[in-house]
Ligand binder design. Structure first.
Ligand code: PEP
Ligand code: MN
Length: 358
């Protein structure tokens, strides 16, 4: 089999069980996934970093032997999660095709460094999951550690699996898409795939998250699949049987980035011109509004009045938010904009108050 490389197949579909549990479960899942024809790389966790002790922590080395057997039976490349130098050594002994760094490992620079050192020179591609906490520098730092030991950028990829979130969220791990865009703008050439399984936490949201990733031009998906999800020893609620996995993958529409059909180009150009025009107006209005805030600051200063007047702010908010339906805008979105404008307005008034010249 030729060496597996990132960036060749797009979309790249990785699938397999959350954990290799038994030889039968691993082989049956992998063989059935290969038969679907939609899977490019097989995955399984053999060492499981669990949040709580006493839960299933993986079968270790024998899981690697089962995955190697799955590769022999299917002809597909295999990948596992590595969390230490020892894991890397074992994975390399089994001639692993690809490894990934789990979200709980990306948070630890020591662990990432020792994995990078152990992987150095092996030629094996590495996929780096985002850290559990929404910290882009930590994610970027992990990429830099692999690059610094000489692993070529083309052999490094990203997995966006969502971020742990305190409070209510629709998903187990909130996608926080803008953070992933930030990561992409730091590494524009690097491939990024989405992990809707760990974002969702249940099978319920896999379709919407997978399609969202395709719409946002991700380069593929990593999705968990198990022959009998109800009996899975980890992540049982989010795994699909191989047939369902096939349906999911086939349902995703990986739209073209751009087409050169003149009708399309004309229509999109017209709409973009309108957006540019509106943005210009929007920001010049904002600029005028802020200048008025400066004037208000001057008037308050002259009259020795406090900046923050909560009743006035309450009235502004109330007036705008009562028009949510008429404006056809989401209430939370409007609220966010109002808060940002208010904060900047207070900063401006503060500057006026403190500056003797203004
Ligand atoms: C996994 O892929 O099974 C896994 C443990 O994921 P994460 O590191 O994203 O929690
Ligand atoms: Mn899992």
């Amino acid at each position: 089999m030729e060496n597996f490389k990132l960036g060749v197949k797009r979309p790249l579909i990785i699938s397999g069980p959350c954990s290799a549990e038994t030889k039968e479960q691993t082989l049956e899942t992998c063989v059935r996934l290969a038969e679907t024809g939609v899977v490019d790389v097989l995955r399984a966790g053999v060492w499981k970093p669990r949040t709580s002790p006493g839960t299933f922590e993986g079968v270790g080395l024998k899981g690697l032997a089962w995955m190697a057997e799955a590769r022999r039976l299917t002809g597909l490349p295999i990948s596992v999660e590595v969390a230490s130098a020892k894991h890397v050594e074992s994975a390399l002994e089994f001639d692993i095709d690809c490894v990934w760094i789990g979200a709980r490992t990306t948070v630890s620079p020591f662990a990432v460094q020792e994995i990078a050192d152990a992987l150095k020179g092996s030629g094996v591609p590495v996929l780096i999951k985002n850290p559990v906490n929404p910290d882009i520098d930590l994610w970027a730092g992990a990429v830099k550690r692999f690059a610094a030991v000489g692993i070529p950028m083309e052999s490094i990829g990203l997995i966006h699996r969502g971020f742990s979130y305190y409070g209510q969220s629709r998903y187990r791990n909130a996608p926080m898409w803008p953070l992933a865009f930030e990561m992409r703008s730091r590494f524009p050439e690097m491939m990024m795939i989405a992990d809707p399984s760990h974002m969702s936490g249940t099978v319920e949201y896999l379709y919407e998250l997978s399609q969202a990733a395709a719409d946002l031009r991700y380069d593929g998906l990593i999705v968990e699949s198990h022959v009998c999800p109800a009996q899975a020893l980890s992540d049982s609620k989010q795994q699909l049987i191989p047939g369902e996995l096939e349906r999911l993958v086939r349902s995703v529409n990986w739209r073209a980035e751009a087409v050169d059909d003149p009708e399309y180009v004309k229509a999109i150009d017209m709409l973009r011109d309108q957006i540019d025009q509106i943005d210009t107006e929007l920001f010049s209005l904002l600029s005028r509004r802020m200048k008025i805030s400066d004037d208000i600051g001057r008037v308050k200063k002259a009259n020795d009045v406090a900046i923050l007047q909560s009743s006035r702010w309450g009235a502004i908010k109330e007036r705008i938010l009562s028009q949510t339906d008429k404006l056809g805008l989401d209430r939370e979105f409007l609220n966010g904009i109002l808060e940002a404008i208010h904060l900047e307005s207070i900063n401006r008034q503060n500057n006026v108050m403190q500056d003797a010249e203004l």
